[in-house]
Design a protein around this ligand. Structure first.
Ligand code: HEM
Length: 455
C-alpha cells in the first residue's frame, strides 16, 4: 500500500488564492511539478521566493555559504513571544556563540548519559498503554515531552512544572493557529495574522513555568546538588572562546526551543512510523522481533542491534519529514540556475519535496525500509535527504532524535501489535507534519513480550 500523500494543487492560482491555500495547508498548496522540478520561482508584488530542489543549490545555502542565507527577521518576529532569542531564531555571531555552548551537551558521548532518561520514558509509555483503539499523535506527544523533561531536567512529565509546560503549550497551539510555517511567509499586511493578545499571554505563561524549572536548577547548581543532565551541562559549560555562560534568562529561551523542537518533531516522526508499520505487517514483524527483548540495562551502544528498526525510522523521516520546509533569505543579489534573485528574496528548502523527488529517488512514494541497505539509496540520500537539515545549522538534536525514534518504535512495537483503525490519515503541515484528524491505531499486547515489571 502506498502511504498517504496529500493531493497537489491543480492549475495556477493568483497570490491571494495561493495565500489562502497556503494557510490551510502548505503541502497541498503546492503544484505536483515540484516533485520533478530543480527549482521553482514564485514572483509576487510583495516578495520573491525560490524553492530549491537542486542538490548543488541546497548545498550552497546550507553548507557552502550559510552565513549569506540567514533566517529572516520574520522568523524571529513570529516566534519571539515563545522563543525569545533562542538558537533557533538567531543569526551571525549571537547564534555561533549559542551553538558553542549547546553543541557539546548533545555530542555523541554525552547522549550516552541522556539515554537512561529516554529508556525510562519509553517504559513509562508502554506501561500507560492498553489494548484497544488509540489516537497515537497524542500518545507520541506526551511520550516525547516526557523524554525532554527526563533528559533535560531529570524529572518525568508528571512533575508539577513539567506538566504545566506541556499543558500550557497545548493550549498555546490551540489559541495560536498560526504557530505554523505559514507565519514565516511574508503575506500582505491586510491578511489577518495573530490573535495577538491571547497568544502573548499563553507564551508568557509557558515561559513562566520554564523559568521556574530553570531557577530551581540554578539553585541546585549553586548548592552543588544538581544532577548531571542536559540542563546542568548547558548551564555550567562556558563558551570556549569567551568564557561566557548562559544566564538563567538566556537558558529559558533555549529550554523553550529544546522543548518545542525536541518534542513536536519526535512525536510527528514516531506516530507516522507507527502508522507505516501498522500498514506494512512484514516490516512490523521484523521490528517486533528486534523489540522483543529484555530492556533492563539496554544501553545507548545497544541501539546498533536495532538495525532494521533504524532503517524503518530513516524511511519514515524520508516520507514524513517532521520539518517539511525551511526558510532562509538572501542578503545580496544571487543567481540561482540562471535567474537573478534580489536581496531579501525568500529561499525555501523543502525536505518534503526533496525526499520524494522523482528524479532523485527510486519509487519515491513507496515505503521500503530495505532500500537503505542499497548503494543506490545511499547515493539518493547524499543528494536529497535532509530531515535534520545540514551544515553548521544542522539540528542540534539529530543524534538524540534518531536514538529516540529507533528506541520508541522498537519498544512499542515489541510490546504491542499495531493495526490501522478507520480511514487513512491525511498529512498536513502544521508546525510539523501531522495527520489532519490524528493517527488512529488499534493496539494489542503481544503475548509475553514487552510486559513490564510492576513499578
Ligand atoms: C526526529 C526528530 C527531529 C527532527 C526531524 C528535527 C529536525 C530539525 C530541522 C530540520 C532543523 C532545522 C530547522 C531550520 O534550520 O529551519 C532543526 C533545528 C533544531 N533542532 Fe531539531 N529535529 C528533531 C529533534 C530535535 C531534538 C530532540 C532537539 C533537542 C532536544 C532538537 C533541537 C533543535 C534545535 C535547537 C534546532 C535549531 C538549530 C539551529 O538553528 O542552530 N531537535 N531540527
Amino acid at each position: 500500500m502506498t502511504p498517504p500523500k496529500p493531493p497537489s494543487r491543480e492549475g495556477r492560482v493568483g497570490l491571494l488564492g495561493y495565500a489562502r491555500l497556503f494557510r490551510a495547508d502548505i503541502l497541498s498548496a503546492q503544484p505536483a511539478r515540484l516533485y520533478r522540478a530543480w527549482m521553482a520561482e514564485f514572483r509576487t508584488p510583495f516578495f520573491r521566493s525560490y524553492m530549491m530542489n537542486d542538490p548543488a543549490l541546497v548545498d550552497v545555502v546550507l553548507r557552502v555559504r550559510p552565513d549569506d542565507f540567514p533566517k529572516s527577521g520574520r522568523v524571529r518576529e513570529g516566534l519571539a513571544p515563545l522563543l525569545g532569542r533562542s538558537v533557533f531564531v538567531t543569526n551571525g555571531e549571537e547564534w555561533k556563540r549559542q551553538r558553542r555552548i549547546i553543541d557539546p551537551a548533545f555530542a555523541g558521548g554525552r547522549l550516552r548519559d541522556a539515554f537512561p532518561g529516554m529508556l525510562a520514558a519509553a517504559q513509562a509509555m508502554v506501561d500507560r498503554l492498553d489494548d484497544g483503539p488509540r489516537e497515537m499523535e497524542e500518545v507520541a506527544s506526551y511520550a516525547a515531552a516526557d523524554v525532554i523533561f527526563r533528559t533535560l531536567f531529570s524529572v518525568p512529565i508528571d512533575d508539577r512544572l513539567a506538566a504545566q509546560v506541556f499543558r500550557e503549550f497545548r493550549d498555546y497551539q490551540r489559541t495560536q493557529p498560526l504557530l505554523n510555517l505559514a507565519a514565516l511567509v511574508p503575506l500582505p499586511g491586510w491578511m489577518p495574522r495573530f490573535h495577538r493578545r491571547r497568544t502573548l499571554r499563553a507564551a508568557q505563561s509557558i515561559r513562566a513555568a520554564i523559568a521556574a524549572l530553570v531557577d530551581r536548577r540554578a539553585t541546585e547548581i549553586a548548592e552543588g546538588t544538581a544532577p548531571d543532565d542536559l540542563a546542568s551541562k548547558i548551564m555550567t559549560f562556558p563558551d570556549p572562546d569567551t568564557g561566557h555562560r548562559f544566564s538563567p534568562a538566556e537558558m529559558v529561551d533555549q529550554v523553550a526551543i529544546f522543548f518545542l523542537a525536541g518534542h513536536e518533531t519526535s512525536a510527528s516522526a514516531f506516530s507516522w512510523g507507527l502508522y507505516l508499520l501498522a500498514t506494512h505487517p512484514e516490516a512490523q514483524a521484523r521490528v517486533a522481533e528486534e523489540g522483543a527483548r529484555d530492556w533492563d540495562g539496554f544501553a545507548f551502544g545497544d541501539l546498533s542491534r536495532l538495525s532494521f528498526t533504524r532503517d524503518v525510522f530513516r524511511e519514515t523521516l524520508r516520507l514524513y519529514p517532521p520539518v517539511p520546509m525551511m526558510v532562509r533569505q538572501t542578503t545580496r543579489p544571487e543567481v540561482f540556475r540562471g535567474r537573478t534573485a534580489p536581496e531579501g528574496a525568500q529561499v525555501v528548502l523543502s525536505p518534503w519535496h526533496l525526499h520524494r523527488h522523482e528524479r532523485m529517488w527510486d519509487r519515491p512514494d513507496e515505503f521500503d525500509p530495505q532500500r537503505w541497505a542499497t548503494a543506490e539509496a545511499k547515493e539518493s540520500a547524499r543528494r536529497a535527504y535532509i530531515p535534520f537539515s545540514a551544515g553548521p545549522r544542522v539540528c542540534t538534536g539529530a543524534g538524540f532524535g534518531m536514538a529516540e525514534g529507533v528506541l520508541f518504535l522498537a519498544r512499542l512495537v515489541g510490546a504491542f501489535e499495531v493495526s490501522p483503525e478507520g480511514p487513512p490519515p491525511v498529512p498536513v503541515a502544521h508546525l510539523t507534519v501531522r495527520a489532519r484528524d490524528g493517527i488512529h491505531l488499534r493496539l494489542r499486547r503481544r503475548s509475553g513480550a514487552g510486559q513490564s515489571r510492576p513499578r
